[in-house]
Ligand binder design. Structure first.
Ligand code: PXP
Length: 248
């Protein structure tokens, strides 16, 4: 029998909060969503507290940390404000991401050289938390992660998922091969350096399979496609519930 690789799934529930914030409503509740993720077999809950608080709010992080049975991974920019919050809240891990106000979502990996400007804050974070850098799959960034003693790296799979879409449209298979090769090489280098390897961004049921074959990857963080899929899977039941209710 082939042993299944224990690959972990972190579910990013930012978009549950996005839906709430467009109406400034009380629902959908992120804690309820987190419990459903637990029941579905998630290994971790991931949330990104953005500087502009466009989806997840401070209170969400506090409630999730209080109620979650799963490790909570906090994605955040490497700023004084966020470092202070992370040290106060002590999530299981923090993933350092670049952040630009005008971007729709995290558009590139973090250039880890920016951490070198504030090594004292980095070591404070490392003293109490696992610190992961969200980086492009570049060997130079992996070397920096090793130099900075990061616990893990999460490879930005956005370019891979775009190349996957292009290849589906029959436009470009070379680019897909190139992106997979980059991820393989960077994952090997990080694993050799004893750095935990994770991957995320733009992953879906269709495109994640290629990456499951990279044995060094121990964790995926997936948000948008799971939340989108859950809407379609749950829509019929939600309509039925309302119809039954108003007919009673
Ligand atoms: N990992 C990181 C570091 C991210 O910033 C995001 C997006 O918030 C994800 C994973 C999840 O990406 P997606 O929502 O496209 O699955």
């Amino acid at each position: 029998m082939v042993a299944l690789k224990p690959i972990r799934l972190g579910v990013n529930i930012d978009h549950v909060a996005t839906l709430r914030e467009v109406r400034k409503a009380r629902y959908p509740d992120v804690v309820e969503a987190m419990h459903l993720c637990e029941r579905g077999g998630a290994d971790q809950i991931t949330v990104h507290l953005r500087e502009d608080r466009r989806h997840i709010q401070d209170l969400d992080v506090e409630r999730l940390l209080e109620c979650s049975l799963l490790p909570v991974n906090l994605e955040m920019a490497f700023t004084e404000e966020m470092i202070e919050r992370a040290l106060k809240w002590r999530p299981h891990s923090v993933t350092l991401v670049p952040e630009r106000r005008e971007e729709m979502t995290t558009e590139s990996g973090l250039d880890l050289s920016c951490l070198q400007k504030n090594l004292s804050s980095l070591s404070k974070l490392r003293e109490s938390l696992r610190v992961v850098g969200f980086i492009d799959p570049d060997l130079s960034q992996v070397s920096l992660a090793q130099e900075l003693n990061l616990d893990g790296v999460e490879f930005h799979t956005g370019p891979y998922s775009e190349a996957f879409e292009m290849s589906l449209r029959g436009r470009d298979n070379n680019s897909l091969r190139h992106q997979i090769q980059r991820l393989i090489e960077a994952s090997r280098a990080a694993d050799n350096a004893k750095i935990e390897v994770k991957a995320g961004h733009g992953l879906t049921i269709q495109n994640v399979s290629h990456l499951c074959e990279i044995s060094e990857i121990t964790e995926f963080n997936i948000g948008h496609s799971i939340v989108a899929r859950s809407l379609l899977m749950g829509l019929e039941a939600a309509v039925r519930e309302m119809k039954t209710h108003i007919q009673r």
